[in-house]
Design a protein around this ligand. Structure first.
Ligand SMILES: [Zn+2]
Length: 162
């Protein structure tokens, strides 16, 4: 598990996020039984169904050129199975959850990301990584279900309506 992720991180190129992302999804599929211990099954099933073609990747304030070497070092230093699963899950999220220009109205500390509810992919939900605020249109709504990164098609519609 460790060697495989190091090989993927080693091949990281900022100009080829599609390949990198698809490699991460393939990795999650390969180690699905491990990931399923630490990640919700609904989320995992949704995320393993997607690929780079259906998403907008790398649209956020995350600096992957700094993050990947940092994550690589963490893996080399030694991570538990759970820590490694969480690292890969959060990397997938950071790469594929589209970050808007809109500041979180609740904490003002992070921009909102565009997501959808795992069972209702037609509803766009704005989500804050910092305080976990969730909103539909411009209203705060409590959502019990898992959220997944919004697909490219939904984001394009959202952007065209602004
Ligand atoms: Zn917030």
């Amino acid at each position: 598990m460790k060697e495989d992720i190091l090989a993927i991180y080693k091949k990281f190129e900022i100009n080829n996020l599609d390949m990198f992302f698809d490699n991460l999804i393939e990795y999650v599929n390969k180690y699905y039984p491990v990931f399923s211990k630490y990640t919700s099954i609904d989320y995992l099933d949704a995320i393993t169904r997607v690929d780079s073609a259906g998403l907008i990747l790398g649209h956020s304030d995350d600096n992957f050129e700094i993050a990947i070497p940092f994550y690589t070092n963490k893996v080399i230093e030694g991570l538990s199975e759970e820590e490694l699963s969480n690292q890969v899950s959060s990397l997938i999220w950071d790469l594929s959850a589209y970050m808007t220009e809109e500041l979180c109205p609740s904490c003002n500390d992070s921009n909102l990301r565009l997501t959808t509810i795992v069972s209702k992919e037609d509803i766009l939900v704005k989500f804050c990584d910092e305080c976990l605020y969730t909103g539909i249109r411009n209203e705060h709504v409590e959502i019990e279900e898992d959220l997944v990164p919004a697909p490219k098609k939904k984001i394009e519609v959202y952007l065209s309506e602004r």
